[in-house]
Write a protein that binds this ligand. Structure first.
Ligand SMILES: NC(=O)c1ccc[n+]([C@@H]2O[C@H](COP(=O)([O-])OP(=O)(O)OC[C@H]3O[C@@H](n4cnc5c(N)ncnc54)[C@H](O)[C@@H]3O)[C@@H](O)[C@H]2O)c1
Length: 383
């Protein structure tokens, strides 16, 4: 079968997301399955060019995965004619500069979120990418989670009747790093280094709400730093200046109210690390990463408030599991495949740099709402 190579610069592959989700579970997984079959019968063969700051780390990583193409010279990699796509999974604060360089080199762009730390920078990138005529995409992995795919299916099938509200709970305890090592990189907890849970998670919640339930019109948020001292990768204490929890309220087109708590300072008493409860006139659902459970209108119990009698109802057992009915592949890989098809054969694609900019906008307005203690309208973005 004809194999068409497609050069992809992968920048930030020594990091958590770049290595595990993008290199191993997406690009290398596509290669080990024989490449990506296209409509015309040919096969697209991704050729990764690993880019990073440390020669030693890149060499080791390349060797571990049987790869030979790596460099610390980003400009040189971007100048190569066999490279068509630039992908960025660097720390957030390093992203904007690299994306500008890639657009100037005429490469298509695929990037982790948030695309920038400010709306102005995100919009500038989107405009510049459009003017350059390149294709662009931003990671929207949560949409590809099996639980959320099933939730989306319920919405499309009219299960809920009129959707009334969405309650999201995201989070877990991120260790401070003193008596047990932290399970997330320390830059996430320093605002000067692009950290903060509002900037990290609001872009996710924005595309989840927008694509599953409709446009998001307003945001009200309270961002806080619950734990203000942490210990970094080398065991040194530092001031945790970034927000580690955000309590957000969003109003959507059609009157849907979404309330989402995000926290790295919460202990899990849920079935999954993220869960959304959706209540509608005809039924409700609780969706997490993998599972989705429903309670239809006709199966709704009628509890009566009585503080004197312990309840005999086992409410959580009254819900019904939604079947998979399909095979869900890793969400990062599914979106990579969509983006590669978009580049190679103009396949359908929605999460572009403008969608990424709207995510940054909601984060920025969320932080402003928190500072000023008020609800803010989310204006449309002028192209
Ligand atoms: N889609 C998701 O679910 C998801 C989840 C976590 C993180 N992210 C995003 O992915 C990006 C990377 O996050 P991560 O958790 O993999 O981070 P990480 O710290 O594990 O990796 C960061 C990468 O950036 C590189 N880098 C480049 N310049 C740097 C600098 N000046 N300082 C430090 N590192 C630098 C590092 O070498 C490393 O390869 C972030 O933008 C983050 O918001 C997305």
């Amino acid at each position: 079968m004809d194999r068409t190579p497609l050069g992809i610069v992968l920048n930030g592959v020594t990091g958590r997301m770049g290595l595990r989700q993008h290199l191993i579970r997406s690009i290398l997984a596509i290669r080990s399955d024989g490449g990506l079959p296209l409509r015309d019968g040919t096969v697209l063969w991704p050729e990764p060019v690993l880019v990073g700051r440390s020669e030693a780390k890149l060499r080791t990583l390349a060797e571990q995965h049987g790869l030979t193409d790596w460099t610390t010279d980003l400009a040189g990699a971007l100048a190569r004619p066999d490279v068509q796509i630039y992908f960025d999974a660097q720390v957030t604060s390093a992203r904007v500069k690299a994306l500008h360089a890639a657009i100037e080199a005429g490469k298509h762009i695929y990037t982790e979120k948030p695309v920038a730390e400010s709306l102005a920078e995100a919009v500038e990138l989107a405009r510049k990418a459009d003017a350059a005529g390149i294709k662009h995409g931003v990671v929207q992995d949560k949409l590809f989670l099996p639980g959320l795919q099933k939730l989306h299916r319920l919405v499309r099938g009219g299960f809920f009747g009129r959707v009334l509200s969405v309650r999201g709970e995201f989070g877990y305890w991120v260790f401070e790093g003193d008596w047990q090592g932290a399970q997330r990189p320390s830059w996430n907890y320093r605002s000067a280094d692009g950290g903060g849970i509002t900037l990290d998670m609001f872009p996710h919640w924005h595309y989840v709400l927008e694509q599953i339930f409709g446009p998001v019109n307003t945001v009200t948020a309270r961002s806080v730093t619950h734990i203000d001292r942490r210990w970094d990768e080398s065991g040194e204490p530092y001031a945790a200046t970034a927000d580690d929890a955000v309590y957000g309220l969003f109003e959507l087109e059609g009157g849907v109210i979404a309330q989402i708590n995000s926290s790295w300072a919460v202990r899990v008493n849920r079935d999954e690390l993220v869960e959304f409860q959706v209540d509608g006139t005809h039924g409700s659902a609780v969706a997490g990463l993998h599972h989705c459970r429903i309670q239809p209108r006709a199966g709704t119990p009628k509890p009566v408030w009585d503080p004197d009698v312990p309840t005999a109802q086992r409410f959580r057992e009254q819900w019904q599991e939604v079947p998979d009915n399909e095979v869900f592949v890793n969400g990062f890989r599914a979106q990579w495949e969509q983006f590669l098809r978009y580049v190679a054969e103009d396949g359908p694609y929605t999460g572009d740099l403008w969608a990424g900019a709207r995510g940054v906008q909601v984060a920025e307005l969320g932080l402003q709402s928190s500072r000023e203690g008020r609800r803010l309208e989310i204006p449309g973005l002028g192209r």
